[in-house]
Ligand binder design. Structure first.
Ligand SMILES: [Zn+2]
Length: 379
């Protein structure tokens, strides 16, 4: 997930937020201001509820961040770098650069988040008692109690045993340890995620239909998100497993048609573009160095009258030396460099294009490996 708001670095980790996080902050602040606080601490001016509601919901965000930072710091302790933390509509996400090195590391990294939420719940409860004893006023006491309760809910919810929730990661670590097979453990943890997602979604739906409670929509949304995230994760893991041991050379389309950057669009369209069975082509300069990728769609966007003067290099998507692959790179590296603007990636060896590889090659390789593996099992 790409954060749209950069919040800066906290403890050396890049922290950002998606605009959707403002929706939860606003909903929580509004709920506290309109319902929770007036009911628990009646008789105060509306401005007091508004102020306390705003402060409390921002503190809730800080608690979410603390949960994610706990994951991040324990991950770093185990040699796993954290790319970034993003806060969004349904909580926080820590993106790890690599996978945890061992079941034990995964257990500790995944457990750190819920544990920190639990600790915050305990601290919140103690602060509530203390604020009451010091006579700090009902509004402060109620706000602290609410924060304690929400952190407890956060801890328990995240411990539900389905990936990609923390509980699902813990389940993965346990199964991985027991079976010694990371992939099959992942598939099981993702299946559990689908089950948990369906259960949550159904619960939310029942809440809406039978109790007429619109807040069941949150559970439906969460359930839907869990099911799709678990399915996507499962597909990625199986694709990665299928590609393990293969190199880019194994899956690329060799000897592709390359286009000279200086060629007029018209000259290419009337000659090789129609004959080659591709939708995108590497663009090279005179000494064969790859400088970009051009898609048929981009060529089609050039007005016919301009096609004799515009050159391929002007309409191509330029690519730098880091956006190409070597034939000896692992096949799984392909997915990392594919973007919407460059749907195929040139494969370069000794300065020359020796192949191209795209999403179709990747999908084909995954299908072929599955076919091979299933035959091997069947025999
Ligand atoms: Zn977590």
């Amino acid at each position: 997930m790409r954060p749209s708001i950069r919040l800066g670095r906290v403890a050396g980790v890049q922290v950002g937020a998606n605009w959707s996080v403002l929706v939860i902050v606003a909903l929580l602040a509004f709920g506290l201001y309109g319902t929770v606080l007036p009911a628990a601490a009646p008789g105060l001016p509306p401005a007091a509820y508004a102020f306390a509601g705003a402060v409390t919901s921002v503190l809730f965000l800080a608690c979410l961040l603390a949960h994610e930072l706990a994951h991040a710091l324990v991950a770093r302790y185990h040699g796993v770098e954290v790319r970034r933390i993003t806060l969004w509509l349904l909580g926080g996400v820590s993106e790890l650069e690599t996978e945890p090195p061992s079941p034990r590391a995964e257990l500790l990294i995944s457990g750190a988040g819920p544990l920190s939420s639990l600790l915050l719940a305990v601290v919140g409860a103690l602060a509530t008692v203390l604020a009451g004893a010091l006579g700090l006023g009902d509004l402060v006491v109620v706000s602290l109690a609410w924060l304690a309760a929400v952190n407890a809910v956060l801890a328990v919810f995240n411990l539900l045993p389905g990936a990609p929730l923390d509980g699902g990661r813990i389940l993965h670590a346990v199964l991985w340890r027991r079976r010694g097979d990371r992939i099959s453990a992942q598939v099981s943890a993702d299946r559990a995620g689908v089950v948990v997602g369906i259960a949550l979604g159904s619960g939310g739906l029942a809440q809406m239909l039978f109790a007429g409670d619109i807040s069941g929509l949150w559970l439906v949304l969460l359930g839907w998100f869990l099911v799709s995230a678990a399915n996507a994760e499962s597909a990625t893991v199986q694709a990665k497993a299928a590609l393990a041991g293969l190199t880019v050379r194994d899956i690329m389309t060799p000897d592709p048609v390359c286009v000279l950057a200086g060629l007029p669009v018209d000259a290419f369209v009337t000659t090789s573009a129609a004959a080659a069975r591709h939708r995108a082509f590497p663009v090279v300069d005179l000494d064969g160095t790859v400088v970009g990728v051009v898609q048929l769609a981009r060529l089609a966007a050039v007005p016919p009258a301009m096609r004799t003067v515009r050159r391929i290099g002007e309409v191509a998507t330029p690519i730098g030396p880091t956006a190409v692959l070597s034939p000896d790179d692992p096949a799984s590296a392909v997915a990392r460099v594919l973007t919407a603007a460059t749907p195929v990636v040139p494969v370069v060896e000794a300065g020359h294009v020796v192949g191209i590889v795209g999403a179709v090659d990747l999908a084909r390789a995954v299908d072929l490996m599955r076919l091979k593996n299933s035959r091997a099992v069947g025999e």
